[in-house]
Write a protein that binds this ligand. Sequence first.
Ligand code: TYD
Length: 144
Amino acid sequence: MNGIKIIICKEKIIVKKLNIIGDNRGNLISIEKNEILDFDIKRIYYLFGTKENVSRGFHAHKKLNQILIAVSGSVEIKMYDGNEWSTFILSSPDQYIKIGPGCWREMHNFSPDCVLLVIADYEYDENDYIRNFEEFKKYVSKNT
Ligand code: TYD
């Protein structure tokens, strides 16, 4: 069983706690389609070795859904859905954030050991990005 505890649930942002299957050897987390993943995975990537004081992201997507998990270390995720900012610190491998389309995201304060895993429902497509915040605000006001 997975996705047992909802921490934040908004239209475009879901933060949940994952179920840890632990025993005397250590921990295991399993993520299965239909419980947490409600999309077919087309891409997985991960950010690691992020240099000190580097922030990343600063974009929104038009159609992409993503699940973010800090499998190691921690990172601060700031998100703006067009109405309000939300901030969540991913600091444990048993937490994930699902970010839907039309949501600006920024990643700050990566710990040196952070490995941020991203699971996505489309391949990389630069045309799906909105990288300008003013453009994003116009886009989101037209599309919601
Ligand atoms: P970028 O969008 O700047 O990353 P972030 O939003 O995390 O700051 O991506 C960095 C480079 O990597 C850029 O040239 C695009 C490329 N890239 C891919 O080729 N495939 C991918 O899946 C992603 C996320 C990026």
